[in-house]
Design a protein around this ligand. Structure first.
Ligand SMILES: [Zn+2]
Length: 259
């Protein structure tokens, strides 16, 4: 697309700018449940501001901070895309009051069939997505949801998981959600926490091939952006989580950060 720049000359618009609001982190705890430290990215083409996944409840201040760094508020988000119906990706869709929320039709129907107490499924969020007649759109694999943004079938982690792919950006972007949660899964083609291990391996293999063909960036559900170079997987940025620990009654907060 050609647009006039401020000097009256022609500048080339590259489409969406893709920026992380919160970088995912690939930690887990067997004693205290999933960390749920998922990836939240924003695509902005000057017209639309498209949020990919909405994170978990503890992310709310981080979402506000991440938007503020870009000069934005939650009301500036025009579209929210949900990769799948897990609590750490879905929980904050209600805070984007001006946005259209895009949810996989089959994924939502599957989640609605699961009994209360099914792991990782936030019952009330599922019910609210079903209930809303305005502001929620159903989407399917293979669909071009928004200009240049395509939904990609990526089953395994959940039965109807969707990834999102766009070439309308500075670099080709592939938002894998939890189809590829971290660097280890992309490197080994083996998924932790999958409902179908063989299906997950096929999905990761397919998404990795797409990444290789396009020389782009893959954003996993719980890690920084990943690239392929000479057949190896690399993070685009170093990974770090700041963690404080109150070990006893005397010392105060101790730094137990991970990097
Ligand atoms: Zn998940």
């Amino acid at each position: 697309m050609q647009v006039q720049d401020s000097d009256g000359g022609e500048a080339v618009m590259s489409g969406y700018r893709a920026r992380p609001l919160i970088e995912g982190f690939p930690g887990k705890s067997s004693t205290h449940g999933a960390f749920g430290w998922s990836s939240l990215w924003l695509l902005d083409d000057g017209e639309r501001r498209v949020l990919v996944d909405t994170g978990q409840p503890a992310y709310i201040p981080l979402i506000h901070d991440g938007l503020a760094r870009l000069g934005l508020t939650a009301d500036d988000v025009t579209d929210v895309l949900l990769t799948h119906m897990h609590w750490d990706h879905v929980s904050n869709f209600t805070m984007f009051g001006s946005a259209t929320v895009w949810v996989g039709e089959q994924e939502l129907a599957w989640a609605a069939e699961q009994p209360a107490g099914t792991k990782f499924i936030p019952d009330l969020h599922v019910q609210e997505l079903l209930r809303r007649s305005e502001g929620v759109e159903r989407m399917s694999a293979g669909q071009e949801i928004l200009p240049g943004i395509h939904a990609v079938a990526s089953a395994g982690h959940t039965p109807h998981h969707l990834a999102f792919f766009t070439e309308r950006a500075e670099q080709t972007m592939l938002f894998a959600g939890d189809a590829v949660k971290n660097i280890h899964e992309l490197a080994t083609l083996r998924a932790d926490s999958s409902m179908d291990d063989a299906q997950s391996t096929r999905t990761i293999d397919r998404l990795r091939s797409l990444l290789a063909d396009t020389s782009g960036v893959l954003v996993p559900g719980h890690d920084t952006g990943l690239v392929l170079a000479d057949g190896e997987v690399h993070r685009v940025r170093p990974q770090r989580a700041d963690i404080g620990y109150f070990a006893d009654g005397i010392t105060g907060e101790q730094d137990r950060s991970i990097d």
